[in-house]
Design a protein around this ligand. Structure first.
Ligand code: PEP
Ligand code: MN
Length: 367
């Protein structure tokens, strides 16, 4: 179904972000007063680029606050009108999407419990066909990169291009300090395979508490994320949902000012970019040397293998390996390299050497 949005110009172009896109607001829109009080406080902070509030709340267990639904959309419209902040909310099916579009919500997001369901994502995509609206897609609750990609493909298939991903962590078994394990390698892989889609981090749902928020936010910025979404409430302890992880607008301002924004630093300081390039080319040169030295070492290993074959010696001589390892550990320590690094590096080199010599002893062809 085709609908037109209330706004003509999207409030953000996710492909052109320069500064971190910072989204803040309560987990849930609880009352008009709470929505407005939070928005007024956040609007004082020019770093905040959009206001979030959940209106339809997919809760893991029933009998929790599931949001006010449609009627609360009017509060978001009021936030937008009074503060000028673009507003965003979660949509989980076609009906939510239609209502949110009618109410002029500027940016939509698909929640982690919806991304797991291709039918729900498809019905949202069908409503958005022909609509020019920015959409953010949270990672699925399960660590399944394909489901995350699939959601983007469904949106792209109906013509949406202004898209961003939100990394909110993954459900995991066992005890963890996080509410949802970040599994940073998954969003890094996402970025590698979908380089055109910026990633925003949601430290609130990853941390699940206030203590870990800034650590998670900083890690995201260090990994060059395009923004952050942080849950903010005037009285976090009284929040109707996710009380443990929300912070006040004042604490949010403190947190944001305590973070290191590496990309900005690079752009702000003249010449730093060039310096980075110089350093990177030094690394490239050193890595080439490392590879040459490794190849030279393997050449000698090959000669030793041939000699052992002639003399009928075994490939593995444990005493020699222990000596090598002790010696390398000492050499490494004197060069400031950690024991873990030396151990992993030489275990790998040793295994590769054994496998080469085994081939020689078996008489396999060595290229
Ligand atoms: C939320 O943002 O409040 C929310 C429900 O998040 P998620 O879909 O990541 O659980
Ligand atoms: Mn929440």
């Amino acid at each position: 179904m085709n609908q037109t949005t209330a706004q003509s110009q999207p409030v953000v172009d996710f492909s052109q972000l320069k500064d971190p896109f910072l989204i803040a607001g309560p987990c849930s829109a609880e009352t008009e007063e709470q929505v407005m009080e939070t928005a007024r406080a956040l609007a004082k902070n020019p770093a905040i680029k959009a206001y979030r509030a959940g209106i339809w709340k997919p809760r893991t267990r029933p009998n929790a606050f599931e949001g006010h639904g449609g009627p609360a959309l009017a509060w978001l419209a009021k936030v937008k009108q009074e503060t000028g902040l673009p507003v965003t909310t979660e949509v989980a099916n076609a009906a939510h999407t239609e209502e949110a579009l009618k109410a002029g919500v500027d940016i939509l997001w698909i929640g982690a419990r919806t991304t797991v369901n291709p039918f729900s994502v498809q019905e949202i995509a069908d409503v958005l066909k022909g609509v020019d609206i920015p959409v953010m897609v949270k990672n699925p609750v399960t660590p399944d990169l394909q489901l995350w990609f699939g959601a983007f493909e469904r949106l792209q298939n109906v013509g949406l291009t202004n898209l961003a991903a939100i990394h909110r962590g993954f459900t995991s078994f066992g005890k963890s300090q996080y509410r949802n394990a970040p599994e940073w390698s998954i969003p890094i892989d996402f970025k590698r395979q979908m380089p055109g889609i910026p990633i925003i981090c949601d430290p609130s749902h990853i941390a699940g508490n206030r203590v870990l928020l800034s650590h998670v936010a900083q890690t995201a910025l260090d990994l060059d994320y395009a923004g952050l979404m942080i849950e903010t409430h005037p009285r976090p302890d009284e929040a109707w949902s996710d009380a443990k992880q929300q912070i006040t607008p004042d604490d949010l301002a403190l947190l944001l000012s305590s973070l290191r924004y590496s990309r900005q630093v690079i752009e702000a300081e003249n010449g730093v970019d060039d310096k980075l390039e110089v350093l990177r080319s030094q690394i490239d040169k050193i890595d080439r040397k490392v590879l040459e030295v490794l190849a030279e070492r393997m050449q000698v290993v090959k000669e030793i293998g041939t000699y052992k074959k002639e003399k009928g010696l075994t490939v593995l001589q444990i005493s020699r390996w222990s000596d090598i390892f002790d010696e390398r550990k000492k050499n490494g320590a004197s060069l400031g390299l950690t024991e873990e690094m030396i151990r992993s590096l030489f275990e790998l080199i040793h295994l590769e050497s054994i496998s080469l010599q085994e081939k020689i002893l078996r008489g396999d062809r060595i290229d």
